[in-house]
Write a protein that binds this ligand. Sequence first.
Ligand code: ZN
Length: 446
Amino acid sequence: MKLYNTATRKLEEFKPLGDVVKIYTCGPTVYNYAHIGNFASYIYWDLLIRALKANGYKVKRVLNLTDVGHLTSDGDNGEDKLEKGARREGKSAFEVAEMYIDAYMKDFHLLNLTEPDVLARATNYVEEDMKVVDEMTKKGFTYETTDGIYYDTSKFPGYADFARLDLEGIKAGARVDFSDEKRNAADFAVWKFIQPNEKHEMRWDYLGRPGYPGWHLECSTIIQKELGEPIDIHTGGIDHIPVHHTNEIAQSYALGAHELAKYWLHCDFIMIDGQRVSKSLGNTYTLADLAERGFSPMDFKMWILQGHYQGTRNFTFDSLEAAKARRLNWRNRIALCYQREIISTGVFDKILEAVSNNLNSSEAFAIIDNSVLSLEDWKKIDKLFGLKLIEDTPDIDDGIRKMIEDRAYARALKNYAKSDEIRDKLAEKGIAVRDTADGAVWEYIK
Ligand SMILES: [Zn+2]
């Protein structure tokens, strides 16, 4: 397999570190419903897992759920997103986390995404977080300010390397509200203290004061506890590169891991009608919104997999309609396998090869469009992409089979009134019959 490694900026041959490929994915902050832009990344990484498995690798995959500490600024200022969610919903922060984790996992399953081996909720790791901060402090990587414990980035000589950061530029561009207690502009909080007048429901006692972990900390802690560094593959969005992943690497360095991950994969954003996904534009569509417009989660997954994780994608409902039509076309090719003997031409290897080349699913899809495929091929394709093609395309039952025969009989007798009546009844059941030179063929209409 070949993967594009952000750490080296190169397409590299994937070589696992051990018998089991260790993968970590930065998961959602559970303070709101996840929109389709959020789910794009989890679909790409699902393909990664499936492609690794299809290539014979064993995989251990950890996905975290951020339910504390992620501030609205993505930095060290602003409100904790969970606290903000709690205020909005009139619920406790814990209830909000519970509610949105449930919603997220429901959609996760609707998208037929591979179940992570460990689903790690940040608040379940706070004891470990404290030990990690202790260790970083012991090794001289932290300092205390009025509002928290900060990581001193000057102690990590390679801090700027991963993201090719311009530290001088960051220093010059540091905002006016930049705390003058910070030693370096890039320093970040690994632990935040809760001020006496501050409302922050999620709190833990550490160093004799109430506080909570910094956002970047959980990933380092969870990786250390659940996988052990170095891991094989770390995935996330391109927005994670300059801050979140850079800080994860810095923290792990302080803990003694000179390499956090061997391969780093980052996906680009999706746009909606040429615009960023944002609440203010009213385009934060969820799977439920798509369902209201007649699109299934699998139609959306199909749309995502038509493109590449490194490309910026522009989502439109017209393009979703086209993806839906393509998926229906594939399903009807499966339906034809129930009706005619179709011999495999061994093309699945080429499909897997395309996907194994840095997850080039769009090339794989072009091969699928242009090849003769047997039912066995389709089963393998379905496993590789998780598109529920077989599940959504059952063979017809005896009742429908009888109706199709009755229709053919009526036509043979030139009783078109009768055959049209049966055709309409079949249509109500979602089945169409097409007359071809080789006889009638049934198909799904939707
Ligand atoms: Zn992370």
